[in-house]
Design a protein around this ligand. Structure first.
Ligand code: S0N
Length: 277
């Protein structure tokens, strides 16, 4: 299945394209195994916001450019260690940041389906990025792992707790404490990814999954996503779920009656709406 990708906006560190119903965000720093610097994250955040606001888009694919000139693939090798300062990753403005945490929250809360397409390395903060996506399709050459305790960092947020929800406490602790690398097949067996396909078929498979999802009810999908999130996102998860309840209420005549009455300067008449059991 060939997609007719159109550039949606030009950036320095990422590619941002759209085709019917689908947006694709590609981290484009293959010389760094697609490690992210603050600018990369700002650009991804901006593209995700655009996809969120575009009512034609239902599915977002997140992937990494490659292979690099040495033939190796990478989804993302985490934070760019060459710009890591004393208090985070330092951008051109000289300010240290961990802005990938904002991006993780956006990926989880965006009311559309985010699918990670992982070829090659998904390491460190790159592994966390795919973990927070709704679905992960791995190429047969994908390699997953954490390096934090080796390189002097750790992600104790979604990178630890949500990982443990996905693969279980024992496996999550193994991943972080030993910093081993895991093959696509091992990732599948531990429930870290949804499926494994030959690397040449990665995008085709992603588009097929996206198109299947696009046949489904947008409101059902958004409510399901927020329901899955609510299970582990505390008050923020409940806010998302409740926001959808409000959206649905706005769509009812009963909800509209309250607003109409206010604007018409009369008392609302809810008498025709039943108190359902
Ligand atoms: C990915 C690996 C395993 C690939 O190995 P391979 O194929 O042997 O390639 P290399 O020769 O190592 O790399 C090729 C070129 O790419 C550069 N490069 C690779 N990864 C990075 C990187 N992360 N940063 C900067 N450059 C990178 C190499 O330097 C090389 O370039 P040249 O040829 O010019 O030397 C292997 O590369 C690897 O292990 N990479 C490092 C993985 C890693 O440790 N990542 C960082 C882990 N930490 C985070 O991601 C932190 C995330 C974060 O922001 C965060 C979030 C929440 C809370 C806390 C944090 C936090 O800061 O910890």
């Amino acid at each position: 299945m060939e997609a007719n990708w159109q550039t949606a906006k030009s950036y320095e560190d990422i590619l941002y394209e759209k085709t019917s119903g689908i947006a694709k965000i590609t981290i484009n720093r293959p010389h760094k195994r697609n490690a992210f610097r603050p600018q990369t994250v700002f650009e991804m955040y901006d593209a995700f916001c655009d996809a969120r606001e575009d009512t034609r888009i239902g599915v977002i694919l997140l992937t990494g450019a490659g292979p690099h000139t040495d033939g190796k693939y990478a989804f993302c090798a985490g934070g760019d260690q060459s710009v890591r300062g004393k208090a985070g990753y330092v951008g051109e403005d000289g300010i240290p940041r961990l802005n990938v945490l904002d991006l993780q929250r956006l990926i989880r809360s965006i009311p559309k389906v985010v699918i990670a397409l992982v070829a090659g390395y998904a390491i460190g903060g790159g592994q966390v990025l795919h973990v927070v996506c709704d679905l992960t399709i791995a190429a047969d050459n994908a390699i997953f792992g954490q390096t934090g305790p080796k390189v002097g960092s750790f992600d104790g947020g979604f990178g630890a707790s949500y990982l443990a929800r996905s693969v279980g406490q024992k496996k999550a602790r193994e991943i972080w404490f030993l910093c081993r690398q895991y093959s696509a097949q091992e990732a599948l067996e531990m429930g870290l990814v949804n499926c494994v396909v030959p690397v040449e078929q990665l995008e085709t498979e992603g588009i097929q999954w996206a198109n299947e999802i696009l046949q489904k009810s947008p409101i059902a999908i958004r409510c399901l996503k927020s329901a899955f999130n609510a299970d582990c996102d505390g008050q923020a998860g409940l806010q998302e779920l409740a926001g959808n309840a409000t959206l649905l209420y706005y769509l009812t005549e009963e909800g509209a009656e309250g607003k109409k009455a206010f604007l018409e300067k009369r008392s609302p008449d809810f008498s025709q709406y039943p108190w359902l059991p």
